[in-house]
Design a binder for this molecule. Structure first.
Ligand code: 2BA
Length: 112
């Protein structure tokens, strides 16, 4: 048996958890904070059989992998340090998502 810790973006958590539930894979959601950015993120704790690890990886990849997305930024957003020049509501490409995944061997798994 393996224990998987996956640090993901808060915004990706619901989709990832729903997909894991659909595949009957148990998951616990932990609220966490990145040590570098000090921003909130989500850590998923997933206990699973060895032969399910790749299925978990596929689900995490589908729902959390880094991807480019078009986002409309609010009118208050100005581009780096150019006073008076705002890109307003123009859609721009931003990179979102990403998962940092640890897979650990489990010595024992018991429900008491
Ligand atoms: P990532 O490497 O994708 O890491 C995203 C989050 O995953 C991290 O948030 C942290 O919560 C977790 N994480 C990553 N590596 C880990 C590890 N070895 N052990 C435990 N947890 C780990 P943050 O710490 O806030 O980092 C956010 C992003 O800042 C990182 O994205 C990376 O691109 C950058 N970064 C992190 N540490 C850095 C450093 N010392 N110097 C430069 N950039 C750094």
């Amino acid at each position: 048996m393996k224990l998987i810790f996956a640090v993901i973006r808060d915004k990706d958590a619901n989709e990832a958890i729903s997909a894991l539930n659909k595949a009957h894979i148990g998951v616990t959601k932990l609220s966490s904070t990145g040590g570098f950015l000090r921003d909130g993120n989500t850590t998923l704790m997933i206990g699973t059989e060895d032969d399910q690890v790749e299925a978990v990886m596929d689900i995490l990849h589908e729902n959390c992998a880094k991807r480019t997305q078009m986002e409309v930024l609010g009118p208050g957003y100005t581009t780096g340090g150019v006073p008076g020049w705002s890109i307003g509501c123009a859609p721009i490409k931003v990179e979102v998502g990403g998962a940092t995944v640890f897979v650990l061997d489990v010595d024992q798994f018991r429900k008491l």
